[in-house]
Design a protein around this ligand. Structure first.
Ligand code: ZN
Ligand code: ZN
Length: 347
C-alpha cells in the first residue's frame, strides 16, 4: 500500500509498504480521511521532535473497518469508525485509572501515540487496537469523524476545567485547537466565549462557531476588555497559543477563583508573576491529549451544534501531502483544517 513516511524536517517520502497484518485484539482500518495537525507541521518544519524517523505519521483519522483480529467484539468489518491514536501499555496505574493519556510508558518501550511513535494514518490502511475504534452514527460524516481526535483534545481541557454552564470563558489563540475550544465551550453552555487573536479572519471564524466577543490585541487592550466584559475577570482562560504575551494576558484577566487552563504546547519557558493569581486564589491547570472523550465528542458533533464544514478549508489526496498539505498550511494562514484522503473517489 501507499504511505507517507516521515524521516526528518522537510523529508516525507511517499513509499510502497506492505499492508499491516491483523493481530488478536486489533483491527485493520481502511483510512478515509486524515486531518493535518499543528504537531504534524512542527515535525515537518523542525522534526524529528516527537515523531520517530521512519514512521508513518497522521493521527487524526477516520475509516472503515477492513479486518478484525481474534477476540474483537466491539467492531466488525464495514463499521465506520473514528480512531483513538493512543498506543499505551494499559497496565500502569494511570492506564488502569482511565488516564491513558498519562501512561507511565508514554514514549518508552515503543509506547506512545500512533502517528508519532508507531505507524499512523497517512496511508491506505492502519492497524490499531480494536478498542481504539469508536463506531460513529450514520448522521456523522467520515470527514467530520476525522476531526473527533482534535475535538477530544479540546473537550478534555474543557471537562477538566472549572467551566460549567453559565460561567465565562476566554480562548487565547484561534487556530484549529482554539476554534474547537469555542465549540466545546458552547456545548457546555458557557455564558460568554471571548476569543483573542491577532488574525482578523480567524476571529471572524470564531464568531461563526460561537464566540460571543472577539478581541484583536493589536487594536485594544485584551486584559482590560475581558475584565470589563466579565465584571472583573473571566472564570476560565484557555491558553491555545503558547507564547509569553498570551500566557501573561491569560494570568491577568482571571476572576477570583479563576483558572488558566493550558492546552498549548509551549516551545519556550515563560515567566509568571504569581501575585497576578494569589489574591484571587486563581489556579493554573494543564491538559494533555485526551482519555475517554471520543463518545462525547461524537455526540456533540452529531448534534449539529455548529457547521463543522466551516473548519475544513481544503481536501487533498495523500499523494499531495507535502505540497498541497504541509506547504499550503505553512504559507497560507487562512487554512484551518486540511483533510487528506488516500482514496481518489472521496474527492
Ligand atoms: Zn493532532
Ligand atoms: Zn500505561
Amino acid at each position: 500500500m501507499k504511505a507517507a513516511k516521515f524521516y526528518k524536517a522537510k523529508d516525507f517520502r511517499m513509499e510502497e509498504v506492505s499492508a499491516p497484518a491483523v493481530k488478536p485484539g486489533h483491527a485493520v482500518v481502511n483510512v478515509e480521511w486524515i486531518g493535518i495537525c499543528g504537531s504534524d507541521i512542527h515535525e515537518y518544519v523542525a522534526g524529528p521532535l516527537n515523531a520517530v524517523p521512519g514512521t508513518i505519521m497522521g493521527h487524526e483519522f477516520s475509516g472503515v473497518v477492513a479486518e478484525v483480529g481474534e477476540g474483537v467484539t466491539n467492531v466488525k468489518v464495514g463499521d465506520r469508525v473514528a480512531c483513538i491514536n493512543l498506543d499505551v501499555c494499559g497496565e500502569c496505574k494511570y492506564c488502569k485509572a482511565g488516564q491513558r493519556n498519562l501512561c507511565a510508558k508514554m514514549g518508552i518501550d515503543g509506547y506512545g501515540l500512533l502517528g508519532f511513535t508507531a505507524d499512523g494514518a497517512f496511508a491506505e490502511q492502519v492497524l490499531l487496537e480494536a478498542e481504539n475504534c469508536i463506531k460513529i452514527p450514520e448522521t456523522l460524516s467520515l470527514e467530520h469523524a476525522a476531526m473527533v481526535e482534535p475535538g477530544a483534545v479540546t473537550l478534555h481541557a474543557v471537562n477538566k476545567s472549572r467551566l460549567t454552564e453559565g460561567k465565562t470563558a476566554a480562548v487565547f489563540g484561534a487556530g484549529p485547537i482554539g476554534l474547537l475550544l469555542v465549540i466545546m465551550a458552547k456545548a457546555k453552555k458557557a455564558s460568554q466565549i471571548i476569543v483573542i487573536d491577532v488574525a482578523e479572519d480567524r476571529l471572524e471564524m470564531a464568531k461563526k462557531l460561537g464566540a460571543t466577543t472577539v478581541i484583536n490585541p493589536m487594536k485594544e487592550n485584551a486584559v482590560e476588555s475581558i475584565k470589563e466584559l466579565t465584571d472583573g475577570g473571566v472564570d476560565v482562560a484557555f491558553e491555545a497559543a503558547g507564547v509569553q504575551p498570551t500566557f501573561s494576558a491569560a494570568t491577568k484577566c482571571l476572576a477570583k477563583n479563576g483558572e488558566l487552563m493550558i492546552v498549548a504546547l509551549y516551545e519556550k519557558e515563560v515567566s509568571l508573576f504569581p501575585l497576578d493569581l494569589t489574591m484571587g486564589e486563581a489556579i493554573i491547570s494543564n491538559s494533555f491529549c485526551y482519555s475517554e472523550e471520543f463518545p462525547e465528542v461524537i455526540d456533540i458533533y452529531a448534534s449539529n451544534i455548529v457547521d463543522l464544514d466551516l473548519l475544513i478549508t481544503k481536501k487533498i489526496m495523500l499523494d499531495d501531502l507535502v505540497e498541497e498539505g504541509f506547504e499550503t498550511n505553512l504559507n497560507d494562514k487562512t487554512h484551518i483544517k486540511i483533510l487528506v484522503t488516500p482514496k481518489q473517489s472521496n474527492l
